[in-house]
Design a protein around this ligand. Structure first.
Ligand code: LLP
Length: 423
């Protein structure tokens, strides 16, 4: 994004042009930024450990155009559900290019996972007999909760530690791999995903050491080789000016050093190091453009826009900060105002006491930063305010990559029993 003479450009395209073409609200993604983020991270990790691969956690932004960019860069897909496995298939990725890290899987999920031949990553030891009842995965991994997690999004996305719902307890790990080995499985991996949005490089080395000590011991005792060890996602981005950028090179260096040291200590046969980030690739590449519809001066001055908690859930859900720009007015005098969407809920009043240009007026465009990850993907249709459109920009060109929902989509799949229909 660039601001030239107060006008905001996303991927070299004027915000006004995007709003005129596609309406508001819209999610806009910069292709070049996604590629740049990916390359920066890949360069860092592969420099310090050459047998390295990223899988993109498609849950953060499941538009197939975006997933294709990451596929072209070399990423596999981390899928949380069968539908995400199908999304991967749709872009030509299957088998061992896809990792299935579902949670509390149903028997139908297990069957579909087995049929698709993806890497199975089991979140609990109780899943193993249920999987084995239906078939034998070619390669199997367990998600381990190493007892510690952290997150800059607060408690909400701390995905490991005693209060998390994810992963095996370290004491269960030996037994889990033992049972799998006894069932005739011969190829193994290991996985964890302890938290999201971390900008402290040392944290990544710390959790690597925790995981490696757990699985190193299990590997030695059971004489199994781990083909891959997946450290999960979690690479953070700054949302506010007070937050720093993650020093990705430093994180990669510390992780790779710890990893290599532990590979040697436990005599592991050079496993592939894997990570499955999402936010780091797509977070700062996405913007949400909305329009000011009216300005209210009752108890407080409130800017009413078409961006609500249904369009971007993070602020109402986690209290997350997203910076907001006002097109054409960025250099103007500021005052503290509130900003909200159009829903009949007060949590939709998602920005309070924010310094925004005092001259903000009806018809102005607002641009929300860092909306590429967990933005559209977590949007919903409450109050009949439907999901926005998604647009990709690159080199002054732009493409609609998902059309705006309309009434047809709102009632899609709904049926009314005859005795209720217009009677
Ligand atoms: N792998 C697994 C198994 C995951 O569950 C996640 C995210 C990732 C990878 C990618 O994590 P990342 O690199 O983006 O940190 N909705 C929250 C974030 C929830 C994260 C869920 N898991 C937010 O808006 O901040």
């Amino acid at each position: 994004m660039e601001i030239i003479d107060d006008n905001i450009y996303i991927g070299n395209v004027e915000t006004k042009e995007l709003a005129e073409n596609y309406g508001t609200p819209i999610y806009v993604y910069e292709e070049d930024t996604i590629r740049k983020n990916y390359r920066k991270a890949f360069k860092a990790f592969s420099k310090y450990y050459s047998n390295f691969r990223f899988f993109y956690a498609i849950k953060a932004c499941n538009n197939l155009a975006i997933a294709n960019i990451l596929r072209q860069e070399g990423a596999g897909i981390d899928a949380a559900s069968v539908n995400e496995i199908l999304a991967a298939k749709k872009i030509g990725l299957g088998g061992e290019d896809v990792m299935f890290s579902g949670n509390f899987l149903s028997d139908a999920d297990i069957k579909a996972g087995l049929d698709s031949g993806v890497i199975f990553n089991l979140d609990d030891i109780s899943l193993l007999p249920r999987v084995l009842k239906q078939g034998k995965p070619e390669i199997l991994s367990f998600r381990i909760n190493p007892g510690y997690g952290r997150s800059n999004v607060g408690e909400f996305v701390t995905n490991a530690g005693p209060n998390a719902k994810f992963g095996l307890h370290p004491d269960q790990v030996l037994d889990a791999y033992k049972q799998a080995k006894e069932a005739g499985i011969t190829r193994f991996g290991a996985h964890m995903m302890p938290g999201s949005c971390i900008i402290d490089p040392e944290y990544f080395a710390f959790i690597t050491e925790l995981l490696m000590d757990i699985i190193g011991k299990a590997g030695q005792e059971l004489k199994i080789n781990f083909e891959f060890i997946d450290l999960g996602g979690g690479l953070g981005i700054p949302y506010s000016d007070e937050e720093e950028e993650l020093d990705i090179d430093e994180a990669a260096k510390r992780v790779a050093n710890t990893f290599s040291k532990k590979v040697e200590e436990y005599n592991l046969a050079s496993p592939r190091l894997m990570m499955e980030p999402a936010r780091y690739f797509v977070g700062n590449a996405g913007y949400l453009i909305g329009k000011v519809h009216s300005i209210k001066n009752a108890y407080k001055k409130i800017i009413g826009t078409d961006i609500g908690m249904n369009t971007l859930a993070r602020p109402a859900m986690y209290g997350s900060y997203h910076h907001i720009f006002v097109d054409g007015k960025e250099s103007e005098k500021r005052e503290k105002v509130g900003l909200c969407g159009q829903l009949c809920e007060n949590t939709d009043f998602w920005v309070k006491d924010r310094e925004l240009p005092a001259s903000i007026a009806e018809g102005d465009l607002v641009v929300v930063e860092n909306a590429g990850a967990y933005g559209y993907a977590m949007s919903y249709q409450y109050n009949g305010r439907l999901r926005p459109a998604e647009v990709l920009v690159k080199d002054k060109e732009h493409w609609l990559i998902r059309k705006r929902e309309g009434f047809k989509e709102m009632i899609l799949g709904v049926s009314v029993p005859e005795h209720l229909d217009k009677k």
